[in-house]
Each structure stands twice: as structure tokens, then as C-alpha cells.
Design a protein around this ligand. Sequence first.
Ligand SMILES: [Zn+2]
Length: 370
Amino acid sequence: MRYCKRCVLPSTKHGVVFDDEGICSACRSVEKKHKIDWGARAEALHRICDQVRGKNGQVYDCLVPVSGGKDSMYQVYMMSQVYKLKTAAVIIVPDLQTSEGILNLNSLVENFGVDLIKISVRPSTLQKIRRIALLKVGNPNYAEHRVVFASVARTALFYDIPLVVWGEDIGVEFGGRVSKSSSQEGSAEDLIDNDLFKDVGFTELLADAIPDRDLFFYTHPDKQELKRRNIRSIYLGYFHWWDGLKHFQIAQKFGFIPRLAGPLSGNVINYDNLDEKLCEIHLWFKFLKHGFWRATDECCYYIWNGRMTRAEAVKLVNEHQYQFPKEYLPEFLEYHQLTHQLFEETMEKFRNLNIWHKVKGEWRLKVELR
Ligand SMILES: [Zn+2]
């Protein structure tokens, strides 16, 4: 494990490679982004929007998947206010929403004048799948990743909405595997194949624990069917520079509130990932497996967007990353019907001993960020 010399990303991140100068592919991808003609990209998005605006009768011109976070507010703002499309937002309602998440969703609907389509998948099935994914592969949010991509595609098909607007292309942002179509024209059609799905196959994971007929919203519709119906998926991040802090500032003008009690444990900022309560511990498992999580991700974005020096980031990451996300632990245990003991055992099962060791009785990374 080593760290990028420019940002603080470790070499353990999937898809990231380091060059001879010790600079990671995400930083190189930021360099490339500086050379992009963003005006031309915005024009290209204008043309795409012109093709769909007002052509769909009473139905929507575009569909924006939202979580209630700052980025989804920015996406809805751009599509409804800047590009002036008749926009529907769609949310897969989290089982454990925060009060800030609920208030922010209400602000989104009120202030942008859009309709919000809510999909609540049956909690008992979701809970069962999350528990299996947690215990077997240490990836409790696997179920949500499936549901988000599959149910958004199903919604677009169901309502015949010609344009689906996703946020950032994680492959491009981090210099990971970039699909040909996305690097060329911002297409999100290969989204279902992206890195989130690499751990283990879904069918293999469930191993008949859930009847197939209960998996409608977990199963992506046929890509050919989307193509035949002329439903297009794009990344807004391909057409406009992605900048979380800017999105937060825009969202605030439309009533968005950050986490009122301040940043959660392990976090540096208080305005990201504040809409639900199950993701933090999911990401703690990423820390156990790959040696980084929230603080690294948040500081990297600040560095890439020119808002933080590496030295500041090193300090912040080292101060925050060992803080266990204790805030939502009781609810996490209750939701997954876990005892403390089973949870502890599961954490240790997924701790990567290639990168962790004990120092004076405390777990620390073998290679500390410097
Ligand atoms: Zn880097």
C-alpha cells in the first residue's frame, strides 16, 4: 500500500494506478479535465436536451435519480432550471432516512417544482439481502446498488422517459475502468457494469435465499429494450465539471441543509451523505478492506478541486479516519438483526491483514499516510 504524492489516495483503491512519478490515475484524470472545452460540452448537452424538450406530451422529458443529497439537488436544478426540461426525480426511499434527508427531499420538490417518484422496496427482502451481503462479502450496500440502477431503468421504461441523467461517472472521476461509450459521449449505458459490482455475482451471493419473483427491482431490465425504446442515459459530470462544494452552495440556495449535528465520525465535512443511516458502516468495511474511507474521499475531492493542500489533507485524514461511525451502530445492528459479537466477528473477518496490524493493542494501518 502506498499513497499518491499529489492527493491522498492509496494504491489499494480499485481501478487506480500509479505512474512513474508516483501520481495516481485520478490526479492525471483531473489534469485532463482542465484541458476539456467545458463550453463545448455544455453546448452538447443543450443539443441533447433540445431533442427531448416538450416532445413527450404530458410525460416527462427527463428522469433524475436522487438521494436527497447535495449532488442530486444540483442535478435536478440543472435539468429543471438551467436546461428547462420537464423533470421527474426518482428516489429509492432508504429504510432509515435521517430527518435532514427528509427535509432536503421536501425542499427539492417544493423549490424546483418537479414531481418525485418514490420507490420503497419491501423492507423484509432488502434487509435479508443486506444481511447476506454483509456477512458473506462485507458489502451490505450491495443490495442498494442493484436496486438503484435496476429500478431507475425500470422507471424510465415504465413512464417512457427518453433521458436519464446520472451524476458523476465514477470510472472517469477516479481514472478507473472507463467504458468506451462514456469516455466518448457521456453515455451512462454501461453503468450496470461498473466497479460497484465486482465483488461477487448477485445470483451467486443470494444462492436461492430470495425467490426470483421478489427481485423485480433488483434486476436490471434488458439493455436492448432500453435501446429499442430510445431511452438514453447520460452522466451530467461529463458535461459539467463536478464540484461537490459548489453543488452544496447551489443546493443551499434552494433550502438544502447540512447535517445539523456536524460531521459524522470519520467525516471531515457535514454536507455529504447525510440522507440515510446505513451507508456509514458499509463504508467502514471499505476501510477494513482497502485502508481508506470517508476522510480520504472527501479530502481528495478538495485537493482535486484546488481547495486543499496535500499537507492539510494528510493531517485531516489522520485525525479522522480511525473514528468508527458509532452514531448509527445501534440502528445498524437492529436493522440487520445482528448481535454485537457477530458484528465484531464480521468486521475482523473482512479486515485485510495485508494492510492492518496492531500497535499497542490498537488496529492501525501498516503504512500510515504521510
Ligand atoms: Zn492522486
